[in-house]
Design a protein around this ligand. Sequence first.
Ligand SMILES: Cc1ncc(COP(=O)(O)O)c(C=O)c1O
Length: 394
Amino acid sequence: MALDLARLRAETPGCAHVLHLNAAGSSLPSRRTLDATLDHLRLEAEIGGYEAAAKADDELEGFYPAAARLVGAASDEIAFVENATRAWDLAFYSLDFKPGDRILTCRSEYSSNYISYLQVAKKTGAEIVVVPDDKHGQIDLGALDRAIDKRTRLVSISHVPTQGGLVQPAEAVGKIANDAGILYLLDACQSVGQLPVDVRKIGCDFLSVTGRKYLRGPRGTGFLYAKRATTARIEPIFLDNHAAKWTADSAYTVRDDARRFENWERYFAGVIGLKVATDQANELGMEAIWARLRELADGLRARLSTLKGITLTDLGKVRGAIVTFAVAGADHPALRDALRRQAINVSVSTQFSSRLDLKGRGLRDVMRASVHVYNTEAELDRFVEALAAAYSAA
Ligand SMILES: Cc1ncc(COP(=O)(O)O)c(C=O)c1O
C-alpha cells in the first residue's frame, strides 16, 4: 500500500524546519516518537525514575515484541542496547577466538567493526580475511564460498554500508555461512527500517541495529538480535545482575534469553521512543517503506546524473536509500556546510568510516544524501538546484 506522504510530513515536526537528506546519519523522528520519549522523561522528573519505569512497564516490555516483529525474530531473541556499535561488540567480543581462527568480512565493512577485528587479531592471533567484491561491487559470493575453510570461525559483514546505496546479498551470504556451519554476524545498522529484514531468511546468528537512523528512533538507542540456539552456547563478554543471577557465594547463572547481553541501567525514555518508532515502521510496513525509499533514491540519482561534474558512486546490484556522489573539483565538506546554511542537511562519508572501500576506489570522501519517507520529489528538485548553485558558486 502506498504511504500517505502528507500525513507523514505533518506528523514529522522537523519537516517544517529542514530539508533533511541525512537519514543515514540520524533521521527525523515522528511527533509520536518525540512525545512518547519526552512524556517518559517528564514522568521520571515528576514521580521518580524507578517509579516511572514501574508505571511504564507495559510500554517498556512492548519494545521486545515490536523489535522482534520488525526483524522476524522471537521476543526473547532481542536485547535493548544503546547503539549499533555496542550491539555488534556484545556479539563479537563474546566469541572466543583462538590463534589461526579466520574472520571473513567484506571490503565495504564499517570502520568500527574492522578496528575490532584488528584488535582481536592482535590479541588472539585470529586472522582477518577480506573477501573481494564482484563486478557489481557487492561481496563476491563465489570467493566467499572458496574462502571458507576448517579454520573459519565467523562471517561478518555490514548489510548496507555507511558510504553508499549498496545492499549486500545478506541472504545468499547466510546460506553459504549456514551450509558451512559458521557463525554469521550481520551489521544491520543502515538496513533495519530501510528495507525488509528477516533474520530467519537471512540465517544470521546475530544482527545489530541502531535506533536513530532508518528506524527514526531517539539517539542513544539500538538493539541486538541473538538467535536462541546460538545464545545458549555463548556467554556474554560482560555480565551484571540483570544478565545473570548470583546464586551462591561463588556461583552465578546467566539468563537464558537474549537479555543476557543487556545491562541493568538504560535510557528508559529511549526504549519507549524506540518502541513507538518500531511500531510505526511495522504499521507502515517495511515493503511499502522500501518501495518508496527506492523510488526517491532512484529519482535522486536520475536528477544528479543530469548535472555536469557529478559522478554517482553507489555500488551494488541492489541500491537503496543512501545516495553518494563526488563533485569534480569541489571540497565536499565545504559544500555540505554551504547547504546546511540553507537548512539542507546532507553529509560527507570519508575514509574514517570505510577505509578499504573508499581508499580502494581512489575516493577521499563522497557526498551522501540519504532519503526517508518524509522526503518529497519537490525537495529533491530543490536540493539538486541548491547543490548546483553551491558548487558553481564555489
Ligand atoms: C554500517 C554501520 N555500522 C555501524 C554503525 C555504527 O552505529 P552506531 O553509531 O549506532 O553505533 C554505523 C554508523 O554510521 C554504520 O553506518
